[in-house]
Write a protein that binds this ligand. Structure first.
Ligand code: FE
Length: 217
């Protein structure tokens, strides 16, 4: 199987949120519209994900659509940690719509959905949502996964449905180091300082963990 084929599938960049006894949310790239009349959409979430169990409990969720931007604050806040452990909304601009905490910072639009079905897909669940309202926030371009990959140098974390394990592709990755948390690649060939020479207090540019959580690949 050539895993590169999966890189040819296009995706967007979204934050899905809901509220139980606290506000929770996570980053996803797997959203698609299913029907246009009585619009429904689907999103895919890892079963280990705290937001997964909270959507099942609340039976409603919001999806904010990320705009093209040069910073990855929203991605690093919602993408690489669990709402179980921290308040991801602390320094983020959001507003309540239909009792949902909707992230509006760096977003160009959002949708609110009522959960109508959950399909068990093994490691992940597919959530089907009936759209109850939408709002356009601005006319900026929505960020694609390709933009995230090429401009922000992003990669999918291990829990994402679209994660690709480069080590299985037989690629030569000498002098590259990967963050075990967010997948950020530090490539000695492209940096001024070699990874081994970075100071001990250096942290991952994306998810802020220390050097000890990087592995040589
Ligand atoms: Fe990281």
């Amino acid at each position: 199987m050539d895993l590169n084929v999966f890189r040819d599938i296009s995706y967007g960049m979204y934050v899905v949120t809901t509220k139980t006894n606290k506000n929770v949310g996570c980053f996803i790239n797997t959203l698609m519209q299913i029907t246009s009349e009585n619009p429904t959409i689907s999103i895919c979430l890892n079963k280990d994900n705290y937001t997964n169990e909270c959507i099942k409990e609340k039976k409603r969720f919001a999806v904010s659509i990320l705009e093209e931007c040069e910073n990855d604050k929203i991605i690093s806040t919602f993408g690489y940690s669990s709402s179980r452990d921290l308040d991801k909304f602390k320094d983020i601009k959001y507003e309540y719509v239909y009792d949902m905490p909707v992230v509006v910072q760096d977003m160009n639009s959002y949708l609110i959905c009522d959960l109508v079905n959950v399909i068990d897909c093994g490691s992940h669940d597919l959530f089907i949502g009936k759209v109850v309202t939408t709002k356009k926030l601005n006319d900026k371009q929505a960020m694609t996964y390709k933009y995230y990959h090429e401009v922000l140098k992003g990669t999918a974390p291990k829990k994402a449905p679209t994660y690709i394990d480069d080590s299985k592709e037989g690629k030569s990755n000498a002098n590259k180091y990967r963050c075990k948390i967010c997948g950020y690649i530090y490539d000695d060939a492209k940096e001024k300082v070699k990874f081994e020479d970075l100071p001990d207090d250096w942290t991952c540019p994306r998810c802020k963990v220390g050097k000890d959580l990087f592995e040589k690949i």
